[in-house]
Design a protein around this ligand. Structure first.
Ligand SMILES: Nc1ncnc2c1ncn2[C@@H]1O[C@H](COP(=O)(O)OP(=O)(O)O)[C@@H](O)[C@H]1O
Ligand SMILES: [Mg+2]
Length: 361
C-alpha cells in the first residue's frame, strides 16, 4: 500500500474504532465507509492487488452496515459493569472517619465546584482484609445518584486477558459519557505485583488506568476509587494518582458493637453487644470475622432448636419450613468465637499502621 494511503487508512480505522467505543453509530459508519472508499481507490490504482483490496473494501462496507450491532456487542460487556447497589451507609458499622472522608471527596468531585479548585481524581481505600472496603464502595454506590462502575482487577485480567487495556479505556469512556461517575477498582494491588503470569497484561492495564486518570479534566466529574489490602505493593506511579488515601482499620469496640448489631438484626439477644465487641477486638476480628461469628452463633442456636438440621436423612424436608428459634446466648457465641480465627497478626497490624502514618491522610 502506498505510504500516504496507508497512514490515512490507519487514521480512519482508528477513528472508526473510537466511534464504536464512544457508541456513536453515525461517526463509526462514516469512517468505515471512508476505509472502504480508500480501499476501492487502491483497487483501481494497484491492479495486481485489486482483488485483495476489493475484498477488504467489501468487508468495511459490511462493517459500516453493522455498526449498531458492533456497538451493542461491545457495550454489553462494559455496561454490565455498571453496578446498582442497595447497600446503605447504615449497613457499614464503625468507620466514621472513612465514611466521612469518602463521602466528602466523592461529593466534591461530583459537584460543580467554582473557580480553580481541583477535586481529587483518585481515592485509595487501604487496610486489612475484611474491614469493609468493598462494602464502603457499595454503600457509596447505593447512596449516590452517580453512575457506579465496579471492576475487580482479577476479573478484568482473567476475562479480558490480552484486551485488558482496551477494556480499561472503554470503562473510562463509558464513565465520561455517563458522568458523574465513580470507577471502583477492587484489588488494585493485584496490578502492582512483580511476579505473576499476568505481568504483561497487568502492566498494560495499569498503564491505561493511570493514563486515563491523568487525562481527566476537572469538569469530567469522574473519580476513581481503588481498594487494596496490600498498600505497600503499590509503587510511586500508582500512589501519585491517589493523593487521598483513606485507612480502613480493624474495628475498635464501638465499631465492633455496631457491626454485631448490623449482622444480628432481628435476633433477640441474651448477651450484651458490648461484651461481644470486647472479645472481637481482643481477637483482632475484622468486620468479616464478626459477620462469620454471627453466622456461627445463629447456626448453633438453630441446630439446637431444630435437631432435624443435623440429620442428613431429614434435611431434605426442611426447605421452606419455618425454623424454631430462641434468643442467642453466651454459649452460642462461645461456640462461634472458637470457630472464627482472625488471619491478622499483631505484627501485620503494625505494618498497616506504619503505612497509614507515612502515606495515609
Ligand atoms: N464495617 C463493616 N460493617 C458491617 N459489615 C462489615 C464491615 N466490614 C466487613 N463487613 C462484613 O464483611 C464482609 C466483607 O467485607 P469487605 O467489604 O468485602 O472487606 P474488604 O475490606 O476486604 O473489601 C462484608 O460483606 C460484610 O458482611
Ligand atoms: Mg474487598
Amino acid at each position: 500500500m502506498k505510504m500516504a494511503y496507508s497512514s490515512l487508512f490507519q487514521r480512519y480505522e482508528r477513528l472508526y474504532e473510537k466511534a464504536i467505543e464512544e457508541g456513536n453509530p453515525e461517526k463509526a459508519r462514516f469512517f468505515a465507509l471512508q476505509c472502504a472508499g480508500l480501499l476501492r481507490k487502491l483497487a483501481s490504482e494497484e491492479l495486481q492487488f485489486s482483488h485483495y483490496y476489493l475484498k477488504l473494501a467489501e468487508e468495511w462496507e459490511r462493517k459500516a452496515e453493522n455498526v449498531d450491532t458492533e456497538i451493542k456487542k461491545r457495550s454489553n460487556g462494559i455496561e454490565r459493569l455498571i453496578t446498582t447497589s442497595n447497600v446503605t451507609w447504615e449497613d457499614v458499622g464503625g468507620l466514621e472517619e472513612a465514611k466521612k472522608l469518602l463521602a466528602q471527596a466523592v461529593g466534591i468531585a461530583m459537584a460543580k465546584v467554582p473557580g480553580k479548585f481541583k477535586p481529587w481524581k483518585g481515592v485509595l481505600l487501604f487496610g486489612p482484609p475484611g474491614t469493609g472496603k468493598t462494602l464502603l464502595a457499595k454503600a457509596l454506590a447505593g447512596s449516590m445518584k452517580a453512575t457506579f462502575i465496579g471492576v475487580k482487577v482479577s476479573d478484568v485480567l482473567s476475562k479480558y486477558f490480552g484486551e485488558s487495556s482496551k477494556i480499561a479505556s472503554s470503562i473510562y469512556s463509558l464513565a465520561r459519557q455517563k458522568a458523574p461517575s465513580v470507577v471502583f477498582i477492587d484489588e488494585f494491588d493485584a496490578l502492582g505485583m512483580r511476579r505473576s503470569a499476568m505481568e504483561d497484561a497487568g502492566r498494560r492495564l495499569l498503564g491505561t488506568i493511570l493514563a486515563e486518570i491523568d487525562g481527566f479534566h476537572d469538569s469530567d466529574r469522574v473519580i476513581t476509587l481503588a481498594s487494596t489490602n496490600a498498600p505497600w505493593d503499590l509503587d510511586e506511579a500508582m500512589l501519585s494518582r491517589f493523593p487521598l488515601r483513606i485507612y480502613v482499620p480493624l474495628p475498635d469496640e464501638k465499631g465492633a458493637k455496631e457491626i454485631f448489631a448490623i449482622h444480628l438484626r432481628g435476633f433477640p439477644l441474651r448477651v450484651t453487644l458490648e461484651s461481644l465487641a470486647r472479645i472481637a477486638v481482643r481477637k483482632l476480628y475484622s468486620g468479616r470475622e464478626i459477620a462469620n461469628a454471627c453466622t456461627f452463633a445463629v447456626l448453633h442456636m438453630l441446630e439446637e432448636m431444630n435437631p432435624e438440621l443435623s440429620d442428613p436423612l431429614k434435611v431434605g424436608s426442611i426447605a421452606g419450613k419455618e425454623l424454631t428459634v430462641r434468643p442467642l446466648e453466651a454459649e452460642d457465641f462461645r461456640y462461634a468465637f472458637r470457630r472464627v480465627k482472625s488471619p491478622i497478626k499483631k505484627e501485620l497490624l503494625r505494618k498497616y499502621e506504619k503505612w497509614a502514618k507515612e502515606y495515609g491522610v
